[in-house]
Structures are given as structure tokens and as C-alpha cells.
Design a protein around this ligand. Sequence first.
Ligand SMILES: Nc1nc2c(ncn2[C@@H]2O[C@H](COP(=O)(O)OP(=O)(O)OP(=O)(O)O)[C@@H](O)[C@H]2O)c(=O)[nH]1
Length: 220
Amino acid sequence: MSSQRTIRRDSDVPLSNLGQKELLFKFLIIGDYGVGKTAIVRRYTEGKFSSNYKITIGADFAIKTLDWDPHTKINLQLWDIAGHERFGYMTRVYYKYALAAALVFDISRIATFQSVKKWLVDLREKITLPDGSNIPVVLLANKCDIEHSAIPNEQIVKFCKENSIGSWYITSAKENVNIDEAIRYLVENVIKTRVEDQIRDSIKLRDGPVFQEKNTCCKI
Ligand SMILES: Nc1nc2c(ncn2[C@@H]2O[C@H](COP(=O)(O)OP(=O)(O)OP(=O)(O)O)[C@@H](O)[C@H]2O)c(=O)[nH]1
């Protein structure tokens, strides 16, 4: 009896040791130039902030590994996409295989909020999940440490509602406000979608060729 308990099918054997599965998630960080995308990625992955501004050329990425639960390790790739429109034509290449996106604007510059729609349309045009649905998006109103907010909260709430954006956060890369929470929101959404897909697949399998299987069995 005890030997039976140790028998496992190949597909049950985890790729990494100690029963942990390892996942790779690619997230995009998009929005106008100077809104703080690089600062957000740096804050999240390195815990640091610098007030120097260096324009991003093309794209850059950083990785953070999350021990999500005792069975799951997530290698999170954050792609910091250049905000300056002169790099616009390149973005499609960088969007490939992304599972979620954080759309950032600078709460003290209204023009960057007005651009959010353009970024969202561009994103949704360029990338959809295999089932045709949109990838999860979170909206970040960054630089909340600056006293002056140019955009009333109600306007942001309305925009999210009208454009099916799941959630938004007031953030500061400088003071480390809500950065972890926003990324966590995206990870949870991606995991939820994966689980839903798996359930759907398993239902499809169960609905599948049961009759045929029986026939095959009888032929043997
Ligand atoms: N006060 C304040 N300044 C910030 C914050 N986040 C970023 N900054 C500053 O804003 C400037 C632009 O930040 P970046 O992170 O380089 O902006 P970006 O969106 O990556 O810009 P591009 O690379 O041109 O697309 C820098 O001087 C940052 O130090 C913040 O939360 N608060």
C-alpha cells in the first residue's frame, strides 16, 4: 500500500524541486514620458528612488522573484516602455506576451492624464489574451507626494468605469506609496484568469470524447 502513494504521473511532477512550480509573468509599465515609470519599476524591484531624470530609450526591464505561496514562485518581468512619442513605433515588439499592464500618469500634470486613453487604446489594439479578452490593467496616479493634484478623484473613477479598468491607485515612487499593492493587484488578476482558464479547460476535457474513450476501451 505505501508504494502506491509514491507513484506519480509525469505531469504531476513539478519542474522545480520541493514541489514548487515556477511561473514567468511579463507586465508592461506604460504612460507618457516623465510620469515615473522607471522610478516605479526601480522602487518595486530595488527599493530605491532617484530624483534624476534619464529618458528611457525604447524599453528596459527588471525582474523580481516573488514567493507567492508555498507552491508557487513567480518571476515577474516589469517592462518599462519609453513614454516619449518618438519611440512609439517600437512598442508593438515589446508588448508581445505581456499578461498585464500598469498605465501611469503624473497627478500634477493634466496632459499626462489626457494621454491615458491613447495609451489604453493602443495597448488594447496591440494585445489580447488567447481567448480574445483584454489583459488586466491598473491605472496609477503617480507623484501623490507632490501637494498639487491636477485631476479630481471623481474624474479618475469615471474614466476607469467608462474604460473597463479594474482598479486604480494613488501612488508615489518617491515615498513608496501603493506600489506593491498595485503590482499585487495585477498578479492576483493574472492568477485568477489562469485558474479560470484551467477550470474551463478541465470542463472542456470532461465534456469531450467520453463516448469515444469507452469505445476504444471495449475494442481492446
Ligand atoms: N516627486 C516625485 N517625483 C517622481 C516620482 N516618480 C518619479 N519621479 C521623478 O519624475 C522624473 C521622471 O521619472 P521617470 O521614472 O524617469 O519617468 P518615466 O515615466 O520613466 O519617463 P520616460 O523614461 O521618459 O518614459 C524623475 O525626475 C523622477 O525622479 C514620484 O513618485 N514623486
